[in-house]
Design a protein around this ligand. Structure first.
Ligand code: CMX
Length: 134
């Protein structure tokens, strides 16, 4: 079902500052930025040959990412697996008693559709993504 790792996401306090560090120190190129209102975050993407890296900055204390950074600090926030059909993935994982945080897809970046598996199930937050048009 999970055809690929779509991206690995790292939460940061200051997106501009982190983009600068990733570009100058890791020599990665920031190819895309977007505010994802529904998640209360701004994201920036860096493409590598196989897995993209997403930096996420919370836009307000209401964002779940804000709470996470307060508790654990900056660092790996989630891994996102890509699926071909998100509705089928939700139906299948629900049938298999997965602890899903949503039972309908939400809007992600790049016009994608997303939902999450609770971090307690695998010891980390997992996002499931159906690629969008952008
Ligand atoms: N990775 C690992 N563990 C995590 C986690 C993460 N990203 N986020 C939360 N947790 C853990 C917490 O540390 C906590 O564990 P303990 O009870 O052992 O302390 C537990 O999960 C519960 O977390 P909480 O701090 O009490 O917070 P909430 O229950 O209010 O919220 C969660 C947790 C996962 C439901 C919420 O963060 C959420 O809905 N996340 C999904 C949405 C999201 O993160 N969106 C941002 C990214 C969007 C994007 O990339 O587009």
């Amino acid at each position: 079902m999970f055809t690929n790792i779509d991206h690995m996401a790292i939460c940061v306090k200051d997106l501009n500052n982190s983009i600068y560090k990733y570009e100058t120190e890791l020599q990665l190129n920031c190819s895309y930025r977007e505010i994802v209102e529904e998640q209360g975050v701004e994201v920036a993407f860096f493409e590598t040959e196989n897995v993209n890296i997403e930096l996420i900055q919370p836009l307000s204390p209401n964002s779940p990412v804000y709470k996470y950074i307060e508790k654990k600090g900056e660092g790996l926030h989630h891994i996102a697996f890509r699926v071909e059909n998100i509705d089928e993935a939700i139906t299948d994982l629900k049938k298999r008693q997965f602890h899903l945080l949503q039972d309908t897809p939400r809007k992600g970046s790049h016009g994608s559709k997303i939902f999450f598996i609770h971090p307690k199930q695998f010891g980390m937050l997992i996002e499931i993504v159906e690629k969008g048009e952008l």
